[in-house]
Design a protein around this ligand. Structure first.
Ligand SMILES: Nc1ncnc2c1ncn2[C@@H]1O[C@H](COP(=O)(O)OP(=O)(O)OP(=O)(O)O)[C@@H](O)[C@H]1O
Ligand SMILES: [Mg+2]
Length: 606
């Protein structure tokens, strides 16, 4: 329960609205119980007047007396109607305040969580599943909202109603009050138990539903693979199995749910029977009137919902507490990558790795070992090596997605850890290995590289220029909608090479001082690759470039080449010196040149 204390700051923020809301609850309840008293009066008065009326039969003014009696009744009806209207009006205001506050708090909490998500680093995201992260901001927050809204409102409502109604009941007759209220605690306990069962069952239903939707989502995104491997029947089978177990769980839930209302009615019925029987005895004794019994029955019916909601509220609060503690745990996670405050003016872009090693915390794999190299402004460094040799890890270290386990990375002589991260990343142009595009137009995807909070400071000329350098401009011009073509989710409507080149344009449009290409030419033919690399010589003049690639053609023209093997530098030098060395690089060169010849393609290397 302590986890919910976190929300107190929000209650404080909206204290005035909440205070007014509580006032409305009280007023609305007041108008709720007045009709019960009006009905008692109406009944008692009518009973008396009707007995007088019988005495008057045969007299002149009997008819007039009768008219007065019906007028009196109509007056009561009008008053009761008015009370109901007033109660409804204040109930509306109560929801407008308390429930609206709960929505505000939900909004604040979601923003806080989202903001925190953006602060957390790469390591956090490697260790958490997207589904869980989504749940925290949707499912967990809605459960917490049930506590700040409905649970709070019903609790206040319950307290106010209890004080008002039981006060009124005790004034009439304490003994009858005792018997009428006897079944109510039992009602609360039963509702709580039933609610707990319902919660457990609906959690199971939820889990089954999430299995089902995961399956559907995965099969839809992998539909091409499923079709080409003719796996539709198995896929449908799996869907039916999941769907069946979802149905079974749902039916279980329905069965418990259907017990709920009958139980409620049974206990209310018991209360009513007690009231009528014991109240009847008092009426015979002459200590109570028939109107009192009617009044009591109305009170009991009014108490029914709040008492029933007590069990419900307790379980709401428990669920909210569990959700809030999950949220707190996550909000307390501190990002490991914290920005420094230094920044070199002017920024030159000299990159230096000094004895850098890095071990991934989740897998314990030492991805790079004791790296030492420098990239001077105006220089390009290429890194090649087998898959898994640690190339992308070097890029991750350079953009400071991760910090070195040992050694340090210096930028213009300053330790990267002390650099103002925001400013530093502004001068970086990074093309990651897994091309990611947003489901937006091509134009916006490229402009994303430059636009600061919207579209400030970017012209369409800059976008087309960047696209031209990335050798994709002509391609885009051939699309029917040109730059306004939408790329679909993650860029699904584009070919691999087109996606890579748009990502390159997105990095180039920033006019970066340090450019990082992580294997982003792998899906581009060698001719286009050559054109892009030559363009780089123009745009990246006097700037630092790091190119990662598998193909010799991607790396051969760089000023310096490093061959990585199991995280360590195996060879380094320029193209010619590495060929002369006759090691891994020369070997790779031979293999790639041969395979090019065999496939009948023109060799770029021979
Ligand atoms: N997020 C991660 N968590 C744990 N281990 C990782 C992670 N990313 C990479 N590794 C491991 O670190 C090693 C180096 O990976 P890296 O991605 O740097 O290789 P790479 O040279 O870029 O390979 P490729 O050419 O296939 O892109 C691999 O053994 C890999 O399994
Ligand atoms: Mg890689």
């Amino acid at each position: 329960m302590r986890s919910l204390a976190y929300l107190n700051k929000f209650f404080f923020k909206y204290r005035w609205r909440l205070g007014v809301g509580i006032l409305f609850v009280t007023i609305s309840n007041f108008f709720g119980i007045v009709p019960a008293q009006l009905i008692r009066n109406a009944l008692d008065q009518s009973e008396q007047m009707i007995s007088y009326y019988h005495l008057l039969t045969g007299f002149e003014f009997a008819k007039q007396f009768r008219n007065e009696l019906s007028f009196n009744l109509i007056l009561f009806v009008a008053l009761i109607l008015l009370m109901a209207l007033l109660k409804g009006f204040f109930m509306f205001l109560m929801r407008q305040t308390i429930i609206v506050v709960s929505r505000y708090i939900e909004f604040d909490l979601k923003n806080e969580i989202y903001d925190h998500y953006q602060k957390l680093d790469y390591t956090f995201y490697s260790g958490n599943r997207t589904g869980d992260l989504m749940n925290r901001i949707s499912e967990d927050v809605s459960r917490v909202r049930m506590y700040v809204g409905p649970a709070l409102m019903y609790t206040v409502n319950l307290i106010v109603m209890f004080v008002l109604i039981i006060g009124a009941m005790l004034r009439v007759n304490p003994m009858l009050t005792f018997f009428a209220l006897l079944p109510l605690p039992l009602l609360s306990v039963i509702i709580y138990i039933v609610q707990e069962i319902i919660n457990k069952k609906s959690e199971r239903v939820q889990a089954k539903l999430s299995d089902l939707s995961t399956h559907v989502q995965e099969s839809l995104s992998g539909i091409r693979v499923i079709k080409s491997f003719v796996r539709e029947p198995e896929n449908l089978n799996r869907f039916s199995v999941l769907s069946d177990s979802y149905k079974a769980r749902s039916l279980e839930l329905v069965r418990v749910n259907s017990l709920f209302v009958p139980t409620l009615l049974l206990l209310i019925g018991l209360s009513t029977i007690f009231t009528i029987y014991i109240g009847g005895l008092y009426v015979i004794d002459g200590t109570l009137t028939i109107g009192n019994i009617a009044e009591f029955i109305i009170y009991i019916n009014m108490l029914m919902w709040p008492v029933a909601s007590l069990g419900w509220v307790v379980s709401l609060v428990q669920r909210a507490a569990a959700s809030q503690s999950r949220i707190n745990e996550f909000l307390e996670t501190k990002p490991e990558i914290v920005s420094g405050s230094l920044f070199p003016e002017p920024f030159k872009g000299r990159v230096e790795f000094i004895g850098v090693s890095y071990t991934y915390p989740h897998s314990g794999i030492e991805a790079v070992k004791d790296l030492n190299f420098t990239i001077q402004p105006g220089e390009s460094l290429a890194i090649t090596g087998k898959t898994g040799s640690g190339k992308s890890t070097i890029a991750a270290l350079l953009v400071r997605q991760v910090d070195p386990t040992e050694g340090k990375v210096l930028i213009d002589g300053i330790d990267l850890k002390q650099l103002d991260l925001h400013k530093y990343r502004e001068v970086l142009g990074y093309v990651p290995q897994d091309t990611f595009l947003f489901s937006d137009t091509i134009y916006n995807n490229i402009a994303f590289g430059r636009s600061v909070a919207g579209d400030v400071g970017i012209t369409s000329k800059q976008v087309t220029e960047a696209a031209d350098y990335a050798s994709i401009h002509n391609n885009i011009e051939k699309f029917p909608a040109k730059y306004q073509t939408r790329v679909g989710e993650r860029g699904i409507t584009l070919s691999g090479g087109q996606k890579q080149r748009i990502c390159i344009a997105r990095a180039l449009v920033r006019d970066p001082s340090v450019l990082i290409f992580d294997d982003c030419l792998s899906a581009v033919d060698t001719e286009t690759e050559d054109r892009i690399l030559r363009n780089l010589n123009i745009v990246m003049k006097n700037k630092s470039v790091l190119i990662i690639g598998h193909r010799i053609s991607s790396v051969m023209n760089a000023h310096k080449i490093i061959v990585l093997h199991q995280g360590a530098v195996a060879e380094s030098g320029d193209h010619n010196s590495l060929l002369a060395e006759g090691g891994m690089y020369a070997n790779l060169f031979k293999i790639q040149a041969m395979s090019n010849l065999r496939s009948g393609g023109q060799s770029d290397y021979l």
